[in-house]
Design a protein. Structure first.
Length: 299
């Protein structure tokens, strides 16, 4: 694979692969190795940067006919397309199929999401709270969940700090690790949505592309983006956890809002301004009212 984009390849992230006349969602494994173009030496690599060449596994989400590139250039070559921008980000050649590729099959289950949701009397959904550290995401999410629980709804909350104690304990705070952090959480939220739950996700999730990826995993109307907007000055003035002070002193690298960007939502379903006179309880009620207005809450 030759990687052609400024943003590095993220193993496990979903891209679109065009092979022949067919396009299909696909993911790449961590590279087996990177090739030094000057010496042809095989080098260890966890990702591919722009203009780097590597050998790695490719997994498509459906069977696609192909030939090894050495036997058929037309049916053995592919391009990689970013799902969000639709831009071409890579090009590759297929050497062979994995022997295990045909041994793993999607298991269709007779008890589906609709059946599970019918027991709860609610519409499954993922409520995604995004915003700067200190904006009030976890507080508002907690208040919303308490309100929904009191109404008899089945919920589960995924909080950024809590998840990093377990599932994502191996990840740091580089852009790549943050993207993987959101990918994993999005997949977990999707599973909980399939279970018929209303899932409340509270993560800074600073990049629009990763929030768009999370949305793409769900059916239309099941992803609700809530922008908890406090502004950097207000969030930093609160600094409940002392993180901004550490970042300003250079003790925390890649801290969102200081030396790592936050990309504000362009069209969130709910926009909460938590820097003014509106209370956190009123913000939570705005979210509940939105969920009721679009039919996610039926009681």
């Amino acid at each position: 694979l030759v990687w052609m984009a400024e943003e590095p390849l993220v193993p496990g992230r979903q891209y679109v692969v065009k092979l022949g006349t067919r396009s299909t969602p696909a993911t790449f494994s961590t590279p087996e190795y990177r090739i030094d173009v000057n010496t042809l030496e095989h080098l260890d690599a966890e990702r591919l940067e722009m203009n780097e060449i590597g050998v790695l596994g490719l997994k498509l989400d459906r069977p696609v006919p192909f030939d090894p590139y050495l036997e058929n250039h037309d049916m053995g070559a592919f391009i990689v397309i970013d799902r969000i921008t639709n831009g071409t980000v890579g090009a590759g050649m297929i050497r062979s199929a994995s022997r295990a590729a045909g041994d793993v099959h999607w298991q269709n289950l007779e008890v589906d999401k609709a059946a599970r949701a019918s027991l709860t009397g609610q519409k499954p959904a993922v409520i995604w709270f995004t915003g700067l550290s200190g904006a009030g995401k976890s507080t508002v999410s907690n208040l919303v969940e308490k309100r929904l629980h009191s109404m008899g709804h089945h919920t589960f909350a995924l909080d950024g700090d809590n998840v990093r104690h377990g599932l994502n304990a191996d990840l740091g705070f580089s852009d790549e690790d943050r993207q993987e952090n959101i990918r994993r959480v999005a997949e977990v939220a999707k599973l909980m949505d399939e279970a018929g739950l209303i899932v409340l996700v509270s993560f800074i999730s600073p990049f629009r592309s990763e929030r768009a990826f999370a949305r793409s995993l769900l059916a239309d109307g099941e992803f609700v983006e809530v922008f908890v907007d406090a502004g950097l000055e207000v969030a930093e003035a609160r600094d409940v956890k002392g993180l901004y002070a550490k970042a300003r002193r250079g003790e925390l690298a890649n801290f969102t809002g200081i030396d790592s960007p936050y990309e504000s939502p362009e069209a969130p379903e709910v926009h909460l301004n938590t820097s003014g006179a509106v209370s956190e309880e009123d913000c939570a009620e705005q979210v509940v009212e939105y969920l009721r207005s679009v039919g996610i809450l039926t009681r």
